[in-house]
Design a binder for this molecule. Structure first.
Ligand code: UFG
Length: 323
């Protein structure tokens, strides 16, 4: 039996492909290479270049490769870009998921792990965030992912054998311990790679807002190591049961933007220049997970629970790729 990884040439997907292969599973990747990289794929994973919205291509892949489970990473991930391009986000994220579900139905594949996001919660009234917290996304990105969760729940309600898990990621960061893959977005918008690019290339970093109601005035986020995140997917895959279950994947602690920059200075030994800028639209002040459910039901505990190992692994990766 083979696991399909959609978006397997992307940042998280490419780490996941390696984790699956290490766990002794066979893998086929579907990716349209719009943001992913062919070089991020290991030779022992089969690869089909196609768009997840191409239902016929996905159906053919599922049948030819005898797929029994799907990890669905393919999607667009930037909150700001989703505000500027809502149709693109709805088409890729929601349209892509519907297409995949149609192909799965046509092929009799009934097991899926879906990449969701803490953006489905919007601006939560309380932190840490538990899965039962109201889901009121504030961006097209968050709404497109929440719509996918609803679609999965409806499909599971209609088919008693359909097994789905939605994993709601907090801020995923870091790189593979063996240096084979890491974060490589073009353009890069995420804090940790931007800070490390500034450490490598100079140019400094702008802090988006220093007047938030947080201890040092900068936004607080829950950073989870990409390899820990992959371990949670393996656990979810092993424990899929009928219905839709949702889990928060974060370490359960928040770190401020200033703490990220200070840790990056300590890890890199470089003086990274930081300047205060205006707030970025739509940034909630504090987001961090209550990951109790994932611990209790998936047996998942992240190994990296401090910023230092996450940033250190990302720095090893950043130094080896050219600017
Ligand atoms: N930040 C800066 N300067 C930068 C880049 C980011 O100060 O140059 C700040 C942001 O304003 C934010 C924090 O660093 O306060 C983290 O920003 P990221 O862009 O790294 O991550 P986000 O929290 O915005 O986004 C993440 C995921 C999204 C997900 C979102 C949910 O990347 O996929 O969390 O809120 F939807």
């Amino acid at each position: 039996m083979i696991t399909l990884v959609t978006g397997g040439a992307g940042y998280i997907g490419s780490h996941m492909v390696r984790a699956l292969l290490r766990a002794g599973r066979r893998v086929v990747v579907l990716d349209n290479l719009s943001t992913g990289h062919r070089r991020a794929l290991p030779p022992d994973a089969a690869f089909v270049e196609a768009d997840v919205r191409d239902t016929a291509a996905v159906t053919a892949l599922l049948q030819e490769h005898d797929v029994d489970a799907v990890l669905h990473f393919a999607g667009l991930i930037e909150v700001g870009a989703s505000v500027r391009d809502p149709i693109g986000y709805w088409s890729t994220n929601f349209g892509g998921t519907l297409s995949l579900l149609g192909a799965m139905e046509a092929s009799g594949v009934k097991r899926i792990v879906f990449s969701s996001t803490c953006a489905v919660y919007g601006e939560p009234g309380v932190v840490p965030i538990v899965e039962s917290c109201p889901r009121r996304p504030i961006s097209p990105y968050g709404r497109s992912k929440l719509a996918c969760e609803h679609a999965l729940a409806d499909v599971a309600a209609a088919d008693p054998a359909f097994c789905a898990v939605a994993l709601r990621y907090f801020n995923v960061a870091g790189a593979a311990a063996d240096g084979s893959v890491g974060e490589d977005h073009q353009p890069e918008t995420h804090l940790i790679p931007r800070v490390l690019n500034a450490a490598r290339d100079g140019g400094g970093i702008t802090i988006f807002g220093t007047d938030f109601p947080t201890p040092d005035g900068t936004c607080v986020r829950d950073y989870v190591h990409v390899e820990d995140l992959c371990a949670a997917h393996l656990a979810a895959l092993d424990r899929l049961t009928p219905g839709l279950a949702a889990f928060n994947l974060g370490i359960g602690r928040g770190f401020s933007v200033r703490e990220v920059i200070d840790t990056a200075r300590a890890v890199t030994g470089r003086a990274i220049e930081a300047s205060a800028g205006p707030r970025r639209a739509g940034d909630p002040p504090r987001l961090f997970a209550d990951p109790t459910r994932a611990r209790e039901l998936l047996g998942w505990s992240p190994r990296a629970v401090e910023l230092e190992p996450i940033i250190a692994s990302a720095w090893r990766w950043t130094r080896q790729v050219s600017s």
